[in-house]
Design a protein around this ligand. Structure first.
Ligand code: AQP
Length: 331
C-alpha cells in the first residue's frame, strides 16, 4: 500500500477553507493509502504563538481531524514536536537546500513582509519549507493532499528529494501533490482576491469550523459580492460570487453548473441566505462530532499511539539519512 502524508498547523482554529482544501480530501483518501496526518506545531512557532493557546489548539485540531471523518484505527495521527526525527531530518535537508530557493517561496515573502513590519524576520520562517520536506520524506509518502497554496512548497520537496538521492543515496520517494477538484483555494469573504486564512486579523473574512453556526450564516450573508446580479462562476469578473459557489459546491457535492442553473434569475440575497443555511447545518453537525471526541477522552490515547507508530517509521529514515551522509560512527 502506498503512503500518504499531510499536515496542518495548530496556528488557530481551522477554517472552512482548510476543511475543503485539506480535511475533506483526507477522509476520502484514508482508505486507499497508509495515511500519516500530522499536527505541525513546529511550523506554527515560525510566527508568534501564545504558549497555552498553542497547546489548546493542538488538542482541538486533533478533534477536528477526527470529526472530519478520519478513522483512528486506520490512520496515524500525531503531533510533529513529539517525533524528534522531524527536526533531525530538517537539519540534514537544510544542507541540500539553497537560500535562494527558500527566498523565492511566496508564503515566505508574504509572511516576512508582515513580520518585518513588526519585528525582525526569524530564520524559521525562511527554512519552513525544508522542515515540510522532512515531514513528507520521512514517511516515504508518494502522495501529499494539500490546498493550492502549498503547491510551491511541494515542488521544492520534490527537488530536495531528487537532489539528496543523486548526491548521497537513493533513499527518498519523490512525492506527488494531490489538489482537490473543488476548493483548492477558498478566498476571504470580505476580500475575495485574497486566500481565506485562519490567522487573518479580521474574523469576518473567514468561517472557523468552531464558529457559532448562526454567526457563520450571518458572515456568509454579509460576504462581499460583485457588481451585476447574475449568479455565475467567473473568477476574474465575479470573484465574490465565484468563491461562494465553490463553498456551496464543496459542502453539498452539487456541481457549480447545477448551482448556476438552480439560482438562475434569483438574487444575490436569496443565494447567500441559502448558502448560509447550508453552512449553518454543516457546522452544527460537524461541531457535534468534535464535542463527542472531546468528551470521549480518547484524544490523548490516539495521539500517544500515533506518536509511537510515526516514530518507528521516521527513526528508520533518519538512520538511513545519517548513514547516507556519513554522520555518527559506523557500528
Ligand atoms: N483558503 C484555503 N483554501 C483551501 N485550502 C486551504 N488551506 C489553507 N488555506 C486554504 C490548506 O489547508 C491545509 C492546512 O493549512 P495550514 O494550517 O498548514 O497552513 P496554511 O496553508 O498557511 O493555512 P492558513 O489557514 O492560511 O493558516 P495560517 O493563517 O496560520 O497561515 C493545507 O493543505 C493548505 O493548503
Amino acid at each position: 500500500m502506498k503512503t500518504l502524508f499531510s499536515g496542518v498547523q495548530p496556528s488557530g482554529i481551522p477554517t472552512i477553507g482548510n476543511y475543503l482544501g485539506a480535511y475533506k480530501q483526507f477522509t476520502e483518501l484514508q482508505h486507499e493509502y497508509d495515511s500519516y496526518f500530522c499536527i505541525v506545531d513546529q511550523h506554527a512557532i515560525t510566527v508568534p504563538q501564545d504558549r497555552l493557546k498553542l497547546r489548546e489548539n493542538t488538542k482541538t485540531l486533533a478533534a477536528i481531524y477526527l470529526a472530519s471523518g478520519l478513522d483512528p484505527e486506520k490512520i496515524t495521527l500525531f503531533v510533529q514536536s513529539e517525533v524528534s526525527a522531524h527536526a533531525k531530518a530538517a537539519w540534514m535537508l537544510q544542507s541540500v537546500t539553497y537560500i535562494g530557493e527558500l527566498e523565492r517561496m511566496t508564503q515566505y515573502k508574504d509572511k516576512a513582509r508582515k513580520q518585518s513590519a513588526k519585528e525582525g524576520i526569524n530564520a524559521g520562517l525562511l527554512t519552513y519549507p525544508t522542515l515540510m520536506a522532512a515531514d513528507i520524506l520521512l514517511y516515504g509518502a508518494s502522495i501529499v493532499p494539500v490546498g493550492d497554496d502549498q503547491n510551491q512548497h511541494l515542488e521544492l520537496t520534490r527537488t530536495l528529494a531528487e537532489r539528496f538521492n543523486n548526491r548521497y543515496n537513493d533513499i527518498f520517494t519523490v512525492p506527488e501533490v494531490k489538489l482537490p477538484e473543488v476548493g483548492g483555494r477558498i478566498m476571504s469573504l470580505n476580500e475575495p482576491t485574497k486566500k481565506m486564512s485562519k490567522s487573518d486579523d479580521n474574523a469576518k473574512s473567514y468561517i472557523s469550523l468552531l464558529d457559532n453556526p448562526k454567526t457563520a450564516a450571518k458572515k456568509i450573508r454579509s460576504a462581499v459580492t460583485d457588481s451585476g446580479s447574475e449568479i455565475r462562476f467567473d473568477k476574474e469578473n465575479k470573484p465574490g460570487i465565484s468563491n461562494l459557489l465553490v463553498i456551496y459546491s464543496g459542502l453539498t457535492g452539487q456541481s457549480i453548473k447545477d448551482l448556476e442553473a438552480e439560482y438562475e434569475g434569483k438574487s444575490y440575497g436569496e443565494f447567500k441566505t441559502a448558502l448560509g443555511e447550508v453552512v449553518e447545518s454543516f457546522l452544527t453537525d460537524f461541531q457535534e462530532r468534535v464535542n463527542e471526541y472531546v468528551e470521549s477522552g480518547r484524544i490523548d490515547d490516539i495521539l500517544d499511539e500515533g506518536r509511537e507508530r510515526a516514530s518507528r517509521k521516521a527513526d528508520k529514515m533518519v538512520e538511513k539519512m545519517e548513514r547516507a551522509m556519513g554522520l555518527g560512527r559506523k557500528r
